[in-house]
Design a protein around this ligand. Sequence first.
Ligand SMILES: [Zn+2]
Length: 414
Amino acid sequence: MNIYALIILTTLLLDILLNITADLLNLKNLKTTLPKEFKGIYDPEAYRKSQEYTRTNTYFGFITSSFSLTLTLIFWFSGGFNYLDQIIRGFDLHPIWSGLIYIGTLMFLKAILSLPFEIYSTFVIEERFGFNKTTPLTFILDQVKMLALSLVIGGPLLAGVLAFFQYTGTLAWLYCWIVFVLFTLFIQFIAPTWIMPLFNKFSPLEDGELKEQILDYARDVKYSLSGVFIMDGSKRSAKSNAFFTGFGKNKRIALFDTLMEKHPIPEIVAILAHEIGHYKKKHIIKGMVISILHTGIVFYLLSIFLSNKGLFQAFYMEHISIYAGLLFFGMLYSPVELILSIFMNIFSRKNEYEADQFVKDTTGKSEDMIHALKILSVHNLSNLTPHPFYVFLNYSHPPVLQRIRKIRDADNNV
Ligand SMILES: [Zn+2]
């Protein structure tokens, strides 16, 4: 086994070990006593149910991650990557077509194998806890649309990357970077108007008390209200949420319709204020800049390792190709990715605190935000007491109790 195989294998094993450790600590940290902030909001039965939900999902996660690791290792060490390459080479196609078929086939296989798990999660687990609203038809249509989108968007992009590395020499990484950035900015720009409506209906706010209050608030903080929409999240799940998407003239805040049913108007305004906070505090722009820089570094490193013989030996390949190099580099890069994702989560959790602070500063009413956070956690059966190590690895948002305490702390300091 060469050094590349060793690095990749170690990362795969380390990754699952870290996650299992975090999961076990998380399970151990499930407290039976209700945190005092939630007295009167959670009844004991529902609180028990929320812990059961965390437990069920954790056990299910053990099964899916060990299944996926086992299959990856079997495919790798039985020479699957080379076997598939030999079959495709037999067709004697242009290398770019071979690359599209090679990567497409592997992605398709991965999707097919994860499908039963997705079905179980949606129609058994989510159903048991009363969340699932997805009909089998919606589920099937979602899969078909996603497949079509990855062909239409992913296909040309992959072909472009393969072509640049095939024909443009040492600066290929730079061309790839420029095209990739322009392309993803374009996709993000059109996503709210062209892509997301394929999956959900977005309706403008209806006239009434809510709209007036939101209008007042938006005027106060100088935010254009044209971008606030209600999304039919109830089509798939009873869980509720809100999010920010797009940029420039095409930016949007989507509030789930499920949110409307559960929260009084001032709380919806607080949730909206939090999303506007992400925009006003430039979290969206910062996130984009980080991802653009990251893409550049990845393409540069890719160009260094792309035809590295050792990397191909690690996967028992008989031929060197750009497309397989792309895939293997992705695996070699995974330790960096693992560390980066931890930093990105730290960055994201910091942004959540800032957006909460923005709500406090601009509405002056922290109790509405706190109550909204509590109701959201109860309805989504969020884990109230996640283990700090689990949070460190996986949470893009701080645990709800920490958010509440932070908002209250800031109150006391005034
Ligand atoms: Zn947020």
